[in-house]
Ligand binder design. Structure first.
Ligand code: FES
Length: 159
């Protein structure tokens, strides 16, 4: 994502510079902010002044997630529940149950843990919707933490 930069010449003697809608008082401030924003767009996860690029974490191969199913995947972010509710539609949630913190789906990494569109926490029986993470059956009351999913030709990523 590139930052929005704008230069406005008010009259011959006065110039006003805008960076991300913020008025800059000088050409030097404008150029500096624009450069920092450009760096932020190039370097994921790094913040340069006003712009921060989202950090993406590789999760798993696309082909490893079954259609209408889902798996627990161990990542640097912790255990994630990754689902594919419809062909080529992927979701990712924290696998930590919102009741008392067990790993949903019995924590069985690699096995399909979604059945009938829901994943169950075997500690006390809470059920979560595999498409949106919402708790559909207690004792859990709140949804699983959701991640933004992106992909390339081979892998799924979350941010
Ligand atoms: S910890 Fe998951 S239902 Fe209690």
């Amino acid at each position: 994502m590139l930052a929005s930069c704008q230069f406005v010449r008010k009259d011959k003697s006065t110039s006003i510079y805008f960076f991300l809608g913020v008025e800059m008082t000088s050409r030097r401030a404008f150029i500096g902010s624009s450069f920092l924003g450009f760096l932020g767009a190039l370097v994921p996860g790094k913040s340069f002044g006003l712009v921060t690029a989202a950090k993406k974490t590789r999760v798993c191969k696309i082909s490893s997630i079954p259609v209408s199913g889902g798996k627990i995947v161990k990542t640097t972010l912790g255990d994630l529940l990754v689902t594919q509710p419809r062909k080529n539609t992927f979701r990712a949630f924290s696998a930590r149950c919102t009741h008392e913190g067990c790993t949903v789906g019995s924590g069985r990494a690699g096995a399909n843990v979604v059945s009938g569109g829901v994943v169950t926490c075997n500690c006390h029986g809470a059920k979560f919707n595999a498409n949106d993470g919402r708790a559909v059956s207690g004792p859990a009351r709140s949804a699983l933490k959701k991640y933004v999913v992106s992909k390339d030709k081979t892998y799924l990523y979350v941010s």
